[in-house]
Ligand binder design. Structure first.
Ligand code: FAD
Ligand code: 2HG
Ligand code: ZN
Length: 478
């Protein structure tokens, strides 16, 4: 769309094409969707499209492609990189699949489930449980993020160590391409080597290559036994040694290994009313670990034995095993509330980095020195998925520090941290994607051949550049 006059004309044509239920223009409908979860970006949109079928998405995209209307897909709007926020032109169409929310099929024998992309992650987990199966993707945002968003960002979370990321959990997808054509690969096939893997190309493409309308997801046997512990450790090196010991001793039944620093625990205890002190000895670092099995195994016994060995080797200072479901929830709350606590505490500078797992302690040492050097107004809150080599290497503003001075540190700190990550063979975006936040970072750190291939793929699948322009790759003028 070139300007506002065009918008009015196209919106009325779209309303005719889709029907009044599928197109909204009221400020009450649009306003809550125009800023991202972290409030880093704010945009405008001509209208909100709410299709209720793949056929409707197809008609919509064919129309938008013909008339060069930008389409910005939005799932639960929990993303961290502004990927679902339109630009400020006010000419884009926001597209939400929240009316496409059906579990299409659950097949326990295939260990597979087919869901509309507008289902929330929690709805899919519940549907799997209903068939005595388990869908392992687990995120703090699971009540509101959607399967389409999880696929488009290739979400990670707290069970990646054992089950992998969203792309590892996907057997097939259905997607609508920019010209309205539909790719439908929803069969629960474990093996299918027929040409390029378009499914994997679309996963992680953040709405820039196609609109994902449904997915066939992998299920696992239901969890019958689990053990959860909150563990005090003296250093990141010890946390890493403990991670290895737990993996070895548990026959790889370790599902979760999350690192939490004392600074993060303090924030949670201070700002999250439901949080309870775990009661283990105070330490610089804590681990939340969870073992799980689909058998009737004694997970508590296994975890206790592993921890006893860890104590002998001086790898742990103290540990508490969850005695019941309520205490397990208390431990999990301490970890999952860190982002919310950081938010309540004030401004923060965030880096979603990964390095090879074995280099996490070295990264923490070198990265901490950078934070001390660059941000006197801040303190480090580095936590996350240590089992995956993924840290949320975040910095919060010190109470009473000058906000403007703190925020002015963002660019130099980001450069220093991301350069360190690159020098250690890591990634500046481990699980949150690129969106509009990290386009320049991708340009800086990707190899020229990678960038050229990405641009060629984008041009081949979306020659008019209508799909989520300016996300992942800088948009080129038409
Ligand atoms: P949105 O934010 O709405 O969109 C994200 C991107 O996907 C955008 O580019 C959008 O255009 C695109 N998109 C959305 N739907 C579609 C579709 N149907 N087709 C094509 N493109 C689409 N992320 C992790 O990886 N691990 C975590 O542990 C984690 N924890 C979180 C905890 C909290 C408290 C919060 C708020 C967020 C967390 N996230 C985490 C980030 C976020 O929840 C994930 O990135 C999630 O996958 C985004 O899903 P969404 O539906 O909210 O997508
Ligand atoms: C998490 O693991 C999320 O809690 C959010 O990925 C991380 O807020 C963050 O930096
Ligand atoms: Zn995370």
């Amino acid at each position: 769309m070139r300007d506002a006059t065009d918008s009015v004309e196209f919106v009325s044509q779209l309303r005719e094409l889709l029907g009044p239920d599928s197109l909204r223009t009221g400020p009450d409908d649009l306003a809550p969707l125009l800023a991202d979860h972290r409030q880093l970006f704010r945009g405008r949109a001509a209208a909100l499209a709410l299709p209720d079928s793949t056929a409707e998405v197809s008609r919509l995209l064919a129309f938008c492609n013909t008339h060069r209307i930008s389409v910005v897909p939005q799932g639960g709007n929990t993303g961290y990189c502004g990927g679902a926020t339109p630009d400020e032109s006010g000419t884009a169409l926001l597209l939400s699949l929240r009316r496409m929310r059906r579990i299409r099929a659950v097949n326990a024998d295939d260990f597979a489930l087919v869901a509309d992309a507008g289902c929330t992650l929690a709805e899919v987990q519940v549907a799997a449980e209903g068939a005595d199966r388990y869908f392992p993707l687990s995120l703090g945002s699971e009540g509101s993020c959607q399967i389409g968003g999880n696929l488009a960002t290739n979400a990670g979370g707290t069970a990646v160590l054992r089950y992998g990321m969203m792309r590892d959990l996907t057997l097939g997808i259905e997607a609508v391409l920019a010209d309205g054509s539909v790719i439908s690969q929803l069969a629960p096939l474990r093996k299918d080597n027929t040409g390029y893997d378009l499914r994997q190309l679309l996963i992680g493409s953040e709405g820039t290559l196609g609109i994902i309308t449904a997915a066939c997801l992998k299920l696992f046997p239901a969890v019958r036994a689990r053990a959860t512990a909150w563990i005090s450790v003296a250093s990141a090196d010890q946390a890493l040694s403990l991670l290895a010991l737990l993996r070895e001793r548990s026959a790889d039944r370790l599902v979760t290994c999350e690192l939490v620093p004392q600074a993060a625990l303090n924030l949670v205890l201070q700002h999250i009313p439901a949080a309870r002190d775990p009661g283990t000895a105070a330490a610089p670092w804590y681990l939340l670990v969870e073992l799980a099995s689909s058998g009737e195994d004694d997970m508590d016994g296994l975890l206790q034995a592993a921890l006893a060995q860890a104590l002998e080797r001086d790898l742990v200072l103290d540990a508490a095993l969850a005695r019941n479901g309520a205490q397990r929830e208390d431990f999990w709350r301490l970890r999952e509330s860190v982002p919310a606590a950081q938010r309540v505490a004030g401004a923060s500078l965030k880096h979603d980095i990964s390095v090879p797992v074995a280099r996490i302690p070295e990264f923490i040492r070198r990265g901490s020195a950078l934070v001390e050097q660059h941000v006197p107004e801040g303190f480090l809150v580095a936590y996350g998925h240590i089992g995956d080599g993924n840290l949320h290497f975040n910095v919060n503003q010190r109470p009473g520090a000058d906000s403007a001075a703190f925020l002015a540190r963002e660019a130099p700190l980001k450069r220093a941290v991301h350069d360190l990550v690159a020098s250690m063979g890591g990634s500046f975006s481990a699980e949150h994607g690129i969106g509009q936040l990290k386009v320049a970072e991708l340009e800086r750190y990707a190899q020229p051949a990678e960038l050229a291939a990405m641009r060629a793929i984008k041009h081949a699948l979306d020659p008019n550049g209508i799909l989520n322009p300016g996300k992942v790759l800088r948009s080129t003028p038409p």
